[in-house]
Write a protein that binds this ligand. Sequence first.
Ligand code: CTP
Length: 399
Amino acid sequence: MGIAGKSVVLGVSGGIAAYKSAELVRALVKLGAKVRVLMTRNATEFITPLTLQTLSGNPVGTSLFDLTQESEIGHINLADSADVILVAPATANVVAKMAHGMADDLLTTVLLATRAPIVVAPAMNVHMFENVAVQENLTKIRERGVIVVEPAVGSLACGYEGPGRLPEPGVLLAEAARAISTQDLKGEKVVVSAGPNRESLDPVRFISNRSTGRMGYALARAAWIRGADVELISGPTTLETPHGVTRTDVTTAEQTRRAVLSAFKKATVLLMAAAVADYRPKVAALQKLKKTDRPRRLELVRTADILGELPARRGKRIVVGFAAETNDMVENATRKLTDKRLDLVVANDVSRSDAGFEVDTNAVTLVDANGEEPLKLASKDEIADSVLDRVVRLRRSKS
Ligand code: CTP
């Protein structure tokens, strides 16, 4: 689920953050959304319609009374065809008009006429944002079902520090995606483990594996978009925490074990995508190991099997394991399904160059008690949604 193929109306109003809408349009188009941009007159003082028209590939609406615009697009048609309307940045003025049901330009008219979900990202000077009038207006539109994205905190273009910055495109895209996605994981507390472990040899060296965490992060992002409350237990990665997700950082297999066992107590779904280290060096030297001319032997000891340690009584919890295999994928996955008492195994052929570690695509086979289902090669975001579709089906059969 997400915004690929959806009609997104982006309303841009006249604050300095309007310049950031160019990046937002790019990001929406890249994700496959059909983007129609509507600008207030003041927004056109900050960024030109031509820029947003070029980036969106569609005419930009600026006026309710432009005969060509109205005959070609039409404000009611825009309001009806939108799957979601995102107002970013939203000025205090636009928020006030929304709160009072005013419709004196194209954007505010479309906002009144639409039945689509509306996501509003206020961005302004911190004193304006904290002004009681603005806060009351925001409360009012929130109570009517508008999703208000909190502004980011930081240094503002006006020289002040505080809340008022337009959030990063990733945040706005996630909010828009959540607004239009079926909330079929609402009420679920999903714990996702992701990424590699590092097991120290000495203060400067470690053993690890090739996991980047991308599959686990895609699962966490998708689960939040589908309404879940998500906790991500992450090994060392370079990835940004998905919006809305609570993240706990771990390094070793033992830290992962403790974090997962603790989070599992409150979880309703566990997605164990982490590439947990199966071994660690028997001794981690306190000082850097110096080289010698003789070969060095490394003694490794087993780490605990985290899935194997989960309590036997799992109630309605759904537990999903991941199996990274280079051969006999389905046989190995089926064995893990039984041995680890899992509801589902996502088996991954990591010998392929277009699947598994360090690539954005994945080819997996879902293995559960009813058999196996190979999924076709797709992006990790799409695979994440297919895995969650299966989780939703498993939930229905358990309830
Ligand atoms: N896993 C775990 N604890 C470990 C190692 C792995 O809970 N110490 C979890 C992984 O997160 C994954 C599943 O077990 O969800 C399967 O991991 P994998 O490494 O593919 O399989 P193993 O059980 O370790 O078996 P093998 O190494 O023989 O393939």
